[in-house]
Design a protein around this ligand. Structure first.
Ligand code: ADP
Ligand code: MG
Length: 383
């Protein structure tokens, strides 16, 4: 009797299991209506992945798992906010000794050093101690102006020549006691990694947005041939308004601004971008820099570099380095938008003129300011 009951129970639970599996299967096979969107938080900011390719529920779950693993691996390699990251171990390793590092840390260090060189040190990953002093690092946040003597002491160590990278042997070392901070390039690299993963999974139409660093692939609407669109945000407090809306096709964009991450002391604003020449947060009329580049890591690093140096030098560097750049510059109560020739070549004269954007052909020639008209739908910022 006992045995029979046991047997029936087993048979029943087997049937329930099969039924559950069937329900599970059909749920997984259910086609999803595009856009399929994933959202969450990473690197102290948000991520948003929007996919227009046809996907089933099961495929979408697998994709999410896959790109989250990519983001976790970037965080594990280069976060300064977790004690167990590879970058923290590198920062704690003895000076002068070569450290074997992962592919991805070497790749991002190498990009950082290239942009540092090309920007004459405006982008400089050795600013970590200064970032921390100014309350923008992982440590305490006193949100006050650091004392001059500490600033001078830390600044004396800063300089990208304090880090040597050997990409062949996959190793790097610090030759001065600097704290390497990759936060100015990591979001961009993370965006690249997610895009590479989606490409590898056969996705053809998607938009990846990590904290405002974006990559678009394919089209927003393939049937109607509508591209992805990005809004370049106007840098005003408490508002999200797009100053310009641009099509983005198989391209990435990174924007650096002085208006998002900052603190104020007695009415003076201190932003999280540090000028490595002075050791102080940048203060000038350039409110935001957007760099369009096939690689978002390069775009991210360059956007930070160009924000550091100010309007004239930013335009000169951008032109010398053939970058597609849009600057938003404060001009009294107005904004001026200035772009490089590469930007005009890429987006076309017609669009640039329609948007009322000033073109800068040579580093020194400056045409009169033009006020930029607000676009019809000012709320768009991500797509
Ligand atoms: P934004 O999107 O405003 O450019 P990012 O997150 O790209 O901001 O970069 C800002 C971060 O980069 C700072 O929080 C700091 O950790 C680091 N950083 C600040 N100044 C520099 C600099 N001159 N070069 C490289 N990294 C910097
Ligand atoms: Mg950056």
């Amino acid at each position: 009797m006992k045995k029979a009951v046991g047997c029936t129970t087993r048979r029943l639970s087997g049937l329930v299991l099969i039924a559950l599996l069937l329900v599970g299967c059909s749920e997984n096979d259910r086609p999803l209506e595009p856009p399929v969107r994933f959202e969450g938080n990473i690197f102290g900011t948000f991520y948003q992945v929007t996919i227009m390719d046809p996907l089933t529920q099961g495929e979408s779950l697998k994709l999410e798992e896959g790109f989250l693993a990519e983001l976790e691996s970037v965080d594990q390699a280069m976060s300064t906010y977790r004690d167990d990251s590879e970058l923290i171990a590198f920062n704690e390793a003895p000076l002068d000794e070569w450290q074997p590092l992962s592919n991805e840390l070497i790749e991002v260090l190498a990009i950082s050093q290239s942009v540092a060189e090309a920007s004459h040190g405006a982008f400089d990953i050795t600013v970590g101690d200064l970032v921390n002093l100014w309350s923008f690092g992982p440590g305490a946040r006193p949100e006050e102006v650091p004392a001059d003597d500490i600033l001078t002491e830390k600044l004396a160590q800063v300089g990208f020549d304090a880090v040597e990278v050997d990409s062949q042997k996959m190793q790097a070392r610090r030759i001065r006691d600097v704290f390497v901070d990759l936060s100015g390039v990591a979001k961009g690299h993370g965006t690249d990694r997610v895009a590479a993963y989606l490409d590898q999974q056969g996705m053809e139409h998607y938009l990846v947005n990590i904290g405002g660093e974006l990559i678009a692939r394919g089209l927003r609407d393939e049937q109607a041939q509508i591209p992805w669109q990005v809004g370049i945000e106007v840098p005003e407090d408490g508002q999200q308004r797009a100053q310009h809306i641009l099509p983005l096709a198989n391209m990435s964009v990174a924007t650096s601004g002085d208006y998002r991450n900052y603190f104020e002391v007695e009415g003076e604003r201190f932003s999280h971008t540090i000028d490595p020449r002075t050791g102080r947060p940048v203060t000038h009329q350039v409110a935001s820099v957007s760099v369009f580049h096939p690689s978002n890591a390069w775009a991210d690093a360059w956007a930070t570099a160009l924000l550091v140096v100010g309007e004239e030098d930013a335009m000169q560097m951008a032109i010398e380095n053939h970058l597609k750049v849009l600057l938003l510059v404060r001009d009294g109560e107005q904004w001026r938008s200035i772009v490089t020739p590469e930007f005009v070549n890429y987006f076309g004269e017609t669009l640039v003129n329609e948007l009322g954007i000033e073109q800068r052909r040579t580093p020194t020639s400056s045409s009169p300011a033009t006020a930029s008209p607000a676009p019809a739908d000012p709320s768009v910022t991500g797509e």
